[in-house]
Design a protein around this ligand. Structure first.
Ligand code: NAP
Length: 287
């Protein structure tokens, strides 16, 4: 496929997607909120832009010429977590959705929105899929889920929108296996019995391309195949290197945001997408 593809938020994921789409013949528009990062984007995309979703003065006229758009924004400031999440997911994403709805482009638009498998929250380690309601007992999850809903409400004749719920990301520059091994023999104040979900950056890029090519609508979990507890994962990573185990708590810290769910990727698999990296234990995960 070819066409014009916009990436709102050229951070870690957005920049990698930009490089891939550009190499594959798309005309790429990429955004940052800061003038300092604009020069960086000049080497990465065809049309670098400063754009801050939620800023009423933001110039969003470039939306009119896009065939596809990736929303890959995340809080990057150092204010408290609640403030940051409210600003990005409670305010910026709905404002961006409104701007997309009001675009003046004649052609259809496909929207991919990156969310987090963390919205499943505390499922007591049960298997969950896209039909499982998010755990909105946690305020952050409730915000993330409401941002997803605002994006999905875009679906109509001329806009098709999907949400990809990502696991925790590993890949180049995000060496999670080494990070976990660096805690070998030490106590970590997190519940080791909880199951988290993960995904390699390479599969995120593939998943975003797949979503655009197939014009997906609705929610899809984009996670790898591993459904280990923190303890099982760290044991496997440390054993591999002859290191002592990480010592995890067996209980939750009061007020901690819990993620304990076996997140299924069956829905994407059923339509022909499978992760190329099964887990971070896979030797190719280091690439
Ligand atoms: N990292 C993970 O493990 C993980 C796990 C699950 C889901 N995700 C999701 O994956 C997506 C991408 O994550 P990432 O790691 O690539 O994030 P990142 O590196 O922190 O990049 C975030 C990008 O969002 C931009 N941004 C922030 N506020 C904005 C606003 N109001 N308007 C427009 N752009 C804005 C930032 O602009 P500047 O260039 O100016 O900084 C930056 O380019 C996020 O939606 C995140 O929730 C990540």
């Amino acid at each position: 496929m070819s066409g014009s593809f916009g990436i709102i938020g050229c951070g870690y994921v957005g920049s990698a997607v930009a490089a891939h789409f550009r190499n594959n013949g798309y005309e790429v528009v990429g955004t940052t909120t800061s003038s300092e990062r604009l020069a960086e984007l000049c080497d990465l995309v065809d049309h670098p832009r400063i754009y801050r979703a939620g800023d009423p003065m933001a110039d969003d006229s470039f939306f009119n010429r896009l065939d596809g758009v990736l929303i890959a924004i995340a809080p990057t400031t150092s204010s408290s977590e609640v403030d940051q999440y409210e600003k990005v997911y409670g305010q910026a994403v709905p404002a961006l959705v409104d701007a997309l709805r009001q675009r003046k482009g004649p052609s259809p638009l496909h929207v991919t929105y990156l969310s987090s498998a963390g919205v499943y929250g505390d499922q007591s380690g049960a298997i969950c899929n896209e039909l499982t309601p998010p755990d909105c007992s946690n305020n952050t999850n409730a915000l993330l889920a409401s941002a997803e809903s605002s994006v999905l409400a875009l679906n109509e004749a001329s806009i098709q929108a999907c949400v990809l719920r990502l696991g925790g990301i590993y890949g180049p520059g995000m060496d999670i296996p080494s990070y976990i091994r660096s805690a070998a023999g030490q106590s970590v104040r997190k519940n080791g019995n909880h199951i988290n979900a993960w995904v390699h950056l390479h599969d995120i890029i593939r998943g975003i391309e797949f979503a655009f090519e197939r014009q997906l609508q609705g929610i899809y979990n984009l996670v790898d195949d591993l459904q280990f507890t923190r303890r099982q994962l760290s044991n496997a990573l440390c054993d591999d290197h002859g290191l002592p185990p990480v010592i995890w708590d067996n209980h939750d810290r009061p007020g901690a945001r819990i993620f304990n769910a076996r997140v299924s990727n069956a829905r994407l698999r059923e339509i022909g997408f499978q992760p190329s990296v099964g887990s971070m234990l896979d030797p190719v995960a280091a690439a």
